[in-house]
Every structure is written in C-alpha cells, then in structure tokens.
Design a binder for this molecule. Sequence first.
Ligand code: PBG
Length: 323
Amino acid sequence: MNTRPRRNRKSAAIRDMVQETQLGVEHLIFPVFLKDGSDIKEPIDSLPNIYRFSVDVLLKEIESCLELGIRVFDIFPAVAESLKDKTGTYSFNMDSFYLKAIQKIKERFPEATLMSDVALDPYSSDGHDGLVKDGKILNDETLPILAKMSVAQAQAGIDIIGPSDMMDGRVGVIREALDNAGYTETSIMSYTAKYASSFYGPFRDALKSAPKSGDKKTYQMNPANKSEALIEAQLDIEEGADMIMVKPAICYLDVIHLLKENFATPVTAYNVSGEYAMVHAAAQKGWLNYDSAMCEMLLSIRRAGADGILTYFAKDFAKLMQE
Ligand code: PBG
C-alpha cells in the first residue's frame, strides 16, 4: 500500500497538525434569557442548566462568561402575558425591562457584544412572528413594527440585530430604518434559512412564546428545501445583511455548506434548543458522553462551513477548554 491514511492519525501531535477544522470559544454566541424583576435565576425544565435571569443576576452571569472568553451574547426577553398585545407594542417601548437591561449591560460591560432577536412572537398575544389577521400572517404590515423594534434595540445599545421573523423584505426595511436613525454601525445577522422545525420546543417553553393557533409554515422554510435557501440568502445580502444564518444547525449541515460555498458573506448557524436538549437527555440516561457529543456537534457545524455558532453549549464548552 502506497497510501495509508492511518499514518496521519498515529499520534495526537500528527492528528492536531493536520486537523482541518478549528473550534474555539471565539466562534460561539451564547443565547441567554432575561426576565423582569430582581434576584431571579429560574430553571427551564426542557433546557437543563439554562435559566431565566433577572438583569442583576444576568450581569454576574455575563461577567463569568467574559472571564471564560465568551464575548457575544444573544439576549431574549421573557415577556409577561399581560404586556403582550396584537401588535407587539412592548417591543419598542424604551421603558421596557428588556431595553433598560440592555443599556445596563452595555454600560457595565462595554466590551461585551450584544445581539438581539427581531420578531413579534415574544411580544405578541398571538405568539406569531408577524401580525395575525383572520388566521393569516401579514407580511408588509409587519415590516414597520420590525423596523421600530430594531431602531429601539440599536438605541438601547445592541450591536447586532437578529431578524428571526422570516417576513419578506425585512432586512432591507430594517437596514434603511437603522441608517435613517443614524445607526449605520449596527450590524444585521439575518436568520436567512430558518426552517419550520420541531427543534424549537424548549425555546418556546423558555419564553412561553408558542403560537396560540396554527403553525409557522407560511413564513419559516420547509425542511425539504435547499435551493430555496439560495434565494433567501441572495435577497438578505442584497438587502444589507452582514451575516447570514442557518437554523437549526445539525439537521441542516448541507444548507450551511451550500451557503458557505455560494456566498462570501459570513455564515452562522443556530444550534437550537431542541438540539441541546437532546444531548442532555441522552447524557442523563448514560446513553452518550455529554462533553464529547457537545464537541462533535459544534465541530461538525464548523466543518460544514459555519463561521459563528449560536449555542446553549457555549458556557460548558468554554469551561471544558479552560480545564
Ligand atoms: C423567535 C425565535 C425562535 C427561536 C429563535 N428566535 C423560535 C421560533 O421561531 O418559534 C428558536 C431558538 C431555539 O430553539 O433555540 N422568532
């Protein structure tokens, strides 16, 4: 045999030297949940080791993450049912606990990079990402609300706006609104290929944001489709997205790869709540090893072509790297 691939695997030194994909804490974005109040650290049944924090406790959490090398945080608000309405007005109320918390976090840790989610669902009494009328999700009527929400978030200090709503044309409308308000430096990481997935369940538990009726199939993508992701990506980039995201990650590695191969814009992937919960559930039963399954998942997402990864594993991975 002239070629024996095993020779390049014979020692850790050689394996490390020829390793094609690198994974580090610098690639990770940590999604965190914020709740109104103080001294709150509330567990979420379907998301082990992930909590709803009040801002005072979240500040401590961010501090410990920064010490571990995590620098980017995606902050999601758990909004009380009484504050939700048909049009999601709480989303652009500058006195909201969420936007005030963003200001506080930015004041305390200017070095932390903060990302937000732009969609109506956590603020909407219908639990949909857009306005609902007669059972339909309205596209164009939703756009001005998304634009207002984005400007309010930028004003509060968000560095990266994350439109997750999948309305057509939203990136362009948000870019224009941000620029007109003077926020030319605020980035947009668009949820470009966001699929109508069954892996968002634990997230919807965390925010109590599940749709009150129907599903999200008229705006989120069909899991059977791949070419359609190219159309979404082209539109988002033309409209001004700085980064394009694929979500979920593990079932959609081919889509991550496709976007990476076809566009120069950085690609990110959202390793979603259900993907995290699956690993925890199996590890709790002793069916797989938590640390090695976590590393393999994250590395595979990078190998597929993701530059950055949003993941609930961020803190556990960072701790493992420090050991
Ligand atoms: C809201 C939003 C969702 C997620 C991120 N932003 C849920 C949804 O679209 O229903 C899911 C994240 C996760 O499962 O970790 N638009």
